[in-house]
Design a binder for this molecule. Structure first.
Ligand SMILES: Cc1cc2nc3c(=O)[nH]c(=O)nc-3n(C[C@H](O)[C@H](O)[C@H](O)COP(=O)(O)O)c2cc1C
Length: 401
């Protein structure tokens, strides 16, 4: 899908620029041609000969080159490209892009570029969470630029948290998904993602470790294939693809209501949220106090089973795909879930596989359907796993490619 595509790779001066050569390699392996445009500061982290050798192209660096005639290269390279990817995007260039500043080769090229732009931010957590960066990112997203990540994890500065550039493979997968065929145009798909928070009192809740990454990746792949996507999400700290309609919920009851409302309008539902089975039977309007008691018992009552309700009661020809996270008798339990909830497919992820399940950027999934043997896939990025789930949905919907 990237074969023959002409990609401008913008590189700015963040530590993650040391990974940009790998992005060039991956794009070239997919058959794309790469034109690098970088800031002067990017060259503090990666060298010109590496970028030129791997891209097999000169690097556009200077709007006013010293030893050459002035040109309008910032315009001509945009005419010859299909997409622009900025990875890493520093807080500084994100600010310039959002504010309309064009004072170097990269920001000037961005301003002149009128085709899809992908932005992979990378910075220290404190920078990423600063209100200014968040405002700028939101603005770029509203202008339909496509944000990739950032992910969470160990950062080069010694911090751990949000701000880590998405892995090169994930970034290239996102571009590939964007250029893939629009096989799902005309289809509407409901996706659920993230955890649910079940309130105990105004300051406490029962939750789980779901990050929402798998469901958000599925929503993004569906949208890239032309589907209309409604994403019902629990509380997460990641941004949704701007092409999807996001319905933010908090509790299982809210998610249940939103799904019941959306499902009749959809051709399929992919239920990737980790919905709490139980919620506190009583919600205290006041913060529970620890004084005068050595223990606390919270009575729980059952939440509605959204997957079962859609699969066995509400389904009118729609395809319903559920997720299962098991710790033992995995395939057997997934099969039970498939039958009991009348789902068409269960995507099993195991907590026993390293790098799989909650929080990780990777997953190893097993597809369990009504007919065949379970199909186990190796550990891969959540974007790749999402593409496999969407391929399976297409097969169930009988979509012609
Ligand atoms: C060692 C080091 C690492 C840095 N890493 C980042 C980074 O990951 N993200 C970021 O936004 N800025 C980072 N900075 C700060 C930028 O380099 C600085 O804001 C610079 O002006 C960005 O220039 P540019 O956006 O024009 O490339 C780093 C600075 C240093 C000294």
């Amino acid at each position: 899908m990237l074969k023959g595509k002409r990609i401008i790779l913008g590189i700015s001066g963040g530590i993650a620029a040391y990974k940009s050569p790998l992005i060039i390699r991956l794009l070239k392996q997919k058959g794309a041609s790469v034109q690098v445009v970088c800031t002067q500061n990017a060259l503090k982290f990666v060298t010109l000969p590496v970028l030129e050798t791997l891209s097999e192209n000169s690097v556009y660096l200077d709007v006013f080159p010293k030893n050459r005639a002035y040109s309008t290269e910032h315009i001509s390279i945009t005419d010859n490209a299909d997409a622009m990817l900025v990875a890493p995007a520093t807080g500084n260039v994100i600010g310039k892009f959002a504010s309309g500043i064009a004072d170097d080769a990269l920001s000037t090229t961005f301003m002149a570029f009128d085709k899809p732009v992908f932005i992979a931010p990378a910075m220290n957590t404190k920078m990423w969470l600063s209100p200014i960066v968040q405002r700028n990112v939101k603005m770029l997203s509203e202008l339909k630029h496509i944000l990739i990540g950032p992910g969470e994890g160990d950062l080069a500065c010694g911090y751990a948290g949000a701000g880590r550039m998405s892995e090169p493979q994930e970034i290239v997968d996102s571009l590939e998904a964007f250029f893939s065929s629009k096989s799902l145009s005309g289809k509407k798909v409901l996706v659920t993602a993230g955890p649910t928070f079940e309130k105990i009192d105004p300051v406490r809740y029962i939750g789980n470790f779901s990050s929402g990454k798998m469901g958000y990746a599925i929503a993004s792949v569906l949208a890239s294939r032309g589907a209309e996507v409604v994403l019902v999400s629990g509380p997460v700290s990641i941004a949704a693809d701007p092409k999807v309609e996001l319905i933010a919920t908090e509790s299982a009851m809210q998610m249940h209501q939103a799904c019941l409302k959306q499902f009749p309008k959809c051709d399929a539902a992919i239920m990737a949220a980790a919905v709490a089975d139980f919620r506190p039977a009583d919600f205290s309007n006041k913060k529970l106090k620890k004084e005068n008691t050595d223990s606390l018992t919270i009575k729980l009552e059952k939440n509605p089973d959204i997957l079962a309700e859609l699969g066995s009661k509400k389904k009118k020809g729609q395809i319903v795909i559920g997720f299962a996270l098991e710790t033992d008798n995995e395939v057997e339990n997934a099969r039970k879930k498939l039958n009991n909830k009348k789902a068409d497919l269960i995507v099993l992820n195991s907590l026993n596989d390293a790098g799989s399940g909650f929080m990780h950027n990777t997953n190893s999934i097993v597809l369990v359907d009504r007919t065949g043997k379970p199909i186990k896939y190796p550990l891969m990025s959540k974007t790749e796993a999402a593409a496999i789930v969407v391929d399976a949905l297409e097969a169930l919907l009988n979509v012609k490619k």
